[in-house]
Design a protein around this ligand. Structure first.
Ligand SMILES: [Cu+2]
Length: 168
């Protein structure tokens, strides 16, 4: 009578295997083109966790001197970008990084602006799902779905300098 004992074990093993997997889907990854003098550019994307365990985006890797996770906080018309250590993506949740909110910050662009039509190859690092490749399409600002909510949060201007001082 070994079979009745094996069957439950097999079920438990299968459940353990799936519960360790966060099912992450990444869509709509894009970045805005930047001015030639820009120090940094913002990347945006939508992350959906279709799995049954919470996950956390802990880092983005790309070929820039620095890549950070940022969020934006408004003090009236003044936007300040804050460094985030991680972005949680709970089971069943969709998290959108969009202009005026959370974003990926490609930093240290000096002399190498993001140009519409370019693609940025990057790797998202999740606690559970591990590394996921993603391609950000660089788009022109006037064709992007931005509706001007980026007001006061212009990555292209020297008044918003990521290169030297940074608010943590
Ligand atoms: Cu930023």
């Amino acid at each position: 009578m070994t079979f009745p004992k094996l069957a439950p074990l097999a079920v438990i093993a299968a459940m353990a295997a799936t519960s360790a997997m966060a099912e992450i889907t990444v869509t709509d990854a894009y970045a805005f083109e930047t001015a030639p003098t820009a120090m940094a550019g913002g990347g945006f994307l939508t992350i959906t966790n279709t799995g049954d365990s919470d996950d956390v985006l802990t880092a983005v890797q790309a070929d820039f001197p620095s890549v950070q996770l940022h969020t934006t906080e408004f003090d009236g018309d003044i936007a300040r970008m804050m460094h985030l250590e991680a972005i949680p993506v709970a089971a069943g949740e969709t998290v959108t990084l969009a202009p005026g909110g959370m974003h990926v910050m490609f930093m240290g662009l000096q002399g190498n602006p993001l140009t519409a039509g370019d693609e940025i190859s990057a790797t998202l690092v999740f606690e559970q799902a591990g590394e996921m490749p993603v391609t950000f399409d660089v788009v022109a600002r006037d064709t992007a779905d931005s509706h001007g909510e980026d007001r006061g949060h212009n990555h292209d201007q020297n008044s918003h300098d990521h290169g030297n001082s940074h608010d943590h």
